[in-house]
Design a binder for this molecule. Structure first.
Ligand code: MN
Length: 241
């Protein structure tokens, strides 16, 4: 038995080749797995479950529904798609789980998270997180707007985000060591898996005198990043898109 974990596909009709790669994965690889986790930013942006059809998401949602009928599927919302709600779960069969969820991964307690909560040097993003991602009232108010108004606001947010990214250093956009060590301690784990930074890598730490490891998944822009886990270990593969 094995499990797949993927993250940061940033699906958008502007990049149909990534959608095709996701369909290929769901059709050819995912059905053999017992579990599939998506660690956020599956969509380039998600402005409410009621707007998915208008934005062309139906084929993706249908494919997700199909895989959820053979594989247990779970989703952690990223900073691009934190507005997924119960309707998304009903539509796709993907259970929404909390950011920072600890699972048993073939005998190893493992922390799963999107990863942006670890980027504590990025003050602007942390303000966005506090205001939008974790403020229920703010989200509820936004979801009450017309779809057209939400699309407009999302475009503005994307522009601001791109501006922000071009202004700050690469280091600021990565995780901080202190936040990583805090997360290991807070959840009493020695293994964590996340995305968000798009910097696929395996990082080793010493925690309480023992070994700890942080796996970072890559995005799906020019190649996919697919983690496969079974009893014998973890591997990440990449294929050109
Ligand atoms: Mn992200």
């Amino acid at each position: 038995m094995h499990t797949y974990i993927i993250s940061d596909l940033h699906l958008t009709p502007e990049r149909p080749q990534v959608i095709t790669a996701f369909f290929d994965f769901l059709a050819n690889q995912a059905p053999s797995a017992e579990r599939l986790y998506v660690l956020g930013d599956l969509f380039e942006f998600w402005i409410g479950d009621d707007a998915g059809s208008m934005l062309g998401a139906d084929p993706v949602l249908n494919a997700m529904k199909a895989i959820s009928e053979v594989t247990e599927c779970a989703f952690i919302a990223g900073n691009r798609d934190f507005l997924v709600r119960e309707t998304f779960t009903q539509r796709t069969g993907f259970k929404i789980i909390e950011d920072e969820t600890v699972i048993d991964l073939y005998g190893t307690k493992t922390l799963l998270l999107h990863g942006d909560s670890l980027c504590t040097d990025d003050i602007v993003h942390q303000q966005f997180r506090a205001q939008m991602m974790t403020n229920t009232q703010f989200c509820d108010d936004f979801l009450q707007l017309s779809i057209a108004d939400r699309i407009e606001q999302a475009k503005q947010a994307r522009l601001q985000s791109n501006e922000h990214k071009s202004e700050i250093s690469m280091g600021i956009m990565d995780v901080t060591e202190a936040a990583v060590l805090d997360a290991f301690a807070k959840h009493s784990v020695t293994q964590m898996i996340h995305g968000h930074t798009h910097r696929q890598n395996t990082h080793h730490y010493q925690v309480n005198g023992g070994d700890a490891v942080r796996y970072v998944l890559g995005d799906w822009h020019s190649s996919n990043s697919i983690m496969r886990i079974d009893q014998s270990g973890i591997e990440i593969t990449n294929q050109a898109i």
